[in-house]
Design a protein around this ligand. Structure first.
Ligand code: AMP
Length: 567
């Protein structure tokens, strides 16, 4: 059952595929809340969550989430309602996540860093009724922002907060999630949740993720209960997660990798999640003290391995997965010297994951992102712009179909026509080639054809930023490209054709006025007389990327970094 008015906006998995995924034991028949309850009932006293603020056993997390679900229901939120999230990596965030799912609400995985430009569009497109913000997510006043977003909004009725206490007294603080928790006792909460869950099907939408985005505003990815939980179970299986697992997670949890790898995967196995912020000075001592066994390191955290506090982790750490950019061999060697198994993963909000297998050849783990995670994943390497498959070894666009990869974006029939092949393979926009190691056909990431910048894991659509820059009265033409950055992998550089001089600060202020999230702001501009064109008349971005990389080479050597945006 889907909320009213959704027919035609959702693309279903074909019935034949669903039957196959169920027959193979991949898709279950329970909701995510139901699956979590089964694990919680099996290992109630086990640790489910550790953060700097405290820890929760499965029983505690399950009960708190039940009580929150009852509180959300009492507030008038009904199953199928969409809820915008702007939360950071804290204990209450995980309680909120499961509370929403237990109440049958659909979390929309927006970021704490998003601003009016993004939230305004996404909350309207998803017809969100509530907006939950973390009052401790940074200096920006998200509560005031959420109130502003409500003005004139056709559906947003509630602003809720996490982390607000007396120190925030006097502010128009919205409804505290912590107060909702106190409104019911565990038995009452459980009853409310059981009633709600009885009305939800495993094939209904559970979560809205956002696409890394190559178009104006992020596209919406519907994730269904059965396939999303399977996504996590498959990750747990390939990673060897058990009830003893303590899985460290440093990057934003309300993001696909955070939900799947950080949270659901250890929880599907009865293990614990150790959730930290991105700051290594705080994260590493907590991970060491709590006996971390597994860790995902995004590109922005590759240098963790060289941190003096890292070796303390290795008393318990058995596996490190690296993700986001090519892995430098010395990093791999360092992990091995410390006795930690090292591998890679590659994944996306749309579904598909590749992961290094535990017994993979060392060279395969060092130079590729491994093999598809599920036995029923299908993938092809296509000659860009066609549906022609390339032989192993040749570089082309990765296209994929399978038991946890979307069949269509939500409410986007036009984009869906170009994002999928005629037989339903999702075109990832990533350039890969297959490398064969023994019996394994591993995927090596070679680049991408989608016009996107990957700033430390946050994806920026070039087209979106160019459109926004063009709204500046003095900008005649704009092309944004990635410039290499030692820490974040890539940052945004804007090539501008302007009338007169336009300083970087002015460009950034222009985007601030438009309510654009800071991570999308260009961090360098290059003014040119004309944008270079290819022979077919398109902007020659390859040339621009080469130009900025050449300019930065001496600068980075001299430690003159581009003027970064402070997050
Ligand atoms: P997201 O949906 O935000 O997780 O972004 C997914 C995209 O991130 C993929 O389509 C790739 O472009 C990129 N990505 C994910 N993992 C890797 C990796 N290990 N190496 C290079 N790019 C990656």
């Amino acid at each position: 059952m889907s909320p009213a008015g959704w027919s035609g906006r959702l693309v279903s998995y074909p019935a034949e595929a669903v039957a196959r995924y169920r027959a193979a034991g991949l898709w279950g028949t329970a909701t995510i809340a139901g699956e979590f309850r089964t694990v919680a009932d099996r290992v109630p006293g086990h640790l489910a969550l550790v953060t700097a603020e405290g820890r929760l056993t499965y029983r505690e997390l399950d009960e708190q989430a039940d009580r929150l679900a009852a509180g959300l229901t009492e507030l008038g939120l009904a199953p199928g309602d969409r809820v915008i999230l702007q939360l950071s990596n804290r204990l209450i965030t995980v309680v909120t996540w499961y509370g929403l799912l237990k109440a049958g609400l659909i979390p929309v995985c927006t970021l704490a860093a998003h601003r009016g430009h993004e939230i305004g569009a996404i909350s309207r497109r998803t017809q969100a009724v509530a907006h939950i913000v973390d009052t401790r997510a940074g200096r920006f006043d998200l509560v005031a922002f959420a109130r502003e977003q409500q003005q004139g909004h056709p559906t947003l009725r509630h602003v809720l907060t996490t982390g607000a206490d007396d120190r925030d007294g006097g502010r128009d603080g919205g409804i505290r999630v912590e107060d909702l928790l106190d409104r019911s006792d565990p038995a009452e909460g459980r009853k409310v949740v059981d009633n709600i869950q009885a009305g939800i099907d495993a094939d209904d939408v559970a979560v809205f993720q956002l696409s890394g985005g190559t178009t104006g505003v992020p596209k919406i990815i519907p994730r269904l209960h059965a396939e999303y939980w399977y996504n996590a179970r498959a990750f747990a299986a390939v990673s060897g997660f058990t009830e003893e697992t303590r899985n460290g997670h440093l990057i934003p949890v309300i993001h696909n990798a955070g939900v799947v790898i950080g949270m659901h995967a250890p929880h599907s196995a009865g293990g614990a999640m150790i959730l930290t912020g991105p700051d290594l000075g705080q994260a590493l001592p907590l991970l060491a003290a709590e006996g971390v066994t597994d860790i995902l390191l995004g590109h922005g955290h590759y240098d963790a391995v060289r941190n003096p506090a890292f070796p303390a982790l290795t008393a318990t750490l058995r596996r490190a997965l690296l993700s986001g950019a090519k892995v430098p061999p010395p990093l791999f060697e360092r992990l091995e010297q410390l006795g930690v198994w090292a591998g890679q993963t590659f994944g996306m909000g749309e579904g598909f994951f590749a992961v290094s297998q535990p017994d993979s050849d060392r060279a395969a783990r060092l130079t590729t992102v491994g093999t598809p995670m599920s036995p029923l994943d299908e993938f092809r390497v296509l000659a860009p712009g066609t549906e022609d498959q390339l032989p192993d070894g040749e570089t082309g666009e990765l296209a994929t179909r399978g038991p946890y990869t979307l069949r269509g974006y939500f409410d986007a029939p036009e984009q869906n026509r170009s994002a999928f092949t005629t037989d339903g393979f999702y075109r990832t926009g990533d350039l890969v080639r297959v490398r064969v190691f023994g019996a394994e056909r591993c995927i090596s990431v070679e680049g991408r054809i989608k016009d996107m910048i990957n700033r430390g894991g946050e994806k920026i659509s070039a087209e979106e930023v160019e459109g926004l820059l063009m709204r500046h009265p003095l900008v005649r033409a704009a092309a944004v490209v990635a410039m290499p950055d030692p820490r974040l992998g890539e940052r945004t550089c804007a090539y501008l054709v302007t009338e007169g001089t336009v300083a970087l600060g002015e460009v950034q202020q222009h985007l601030a006025r438009l309510g654009v999230a800071k991570f999308k702001w260009p961090e360098r501009i290059e003014q040119i007389a004309e944008l270079p064109k290819t022979s077919v008349g398109k902007v020659d971005k390859k040339r621009l990327r080469q130009d900025i990389a050449a300019k930065l080479r001496p600068e980075q050597g001299d430690h003159h970094e581009p003027r970064p945006v402070r997050d």
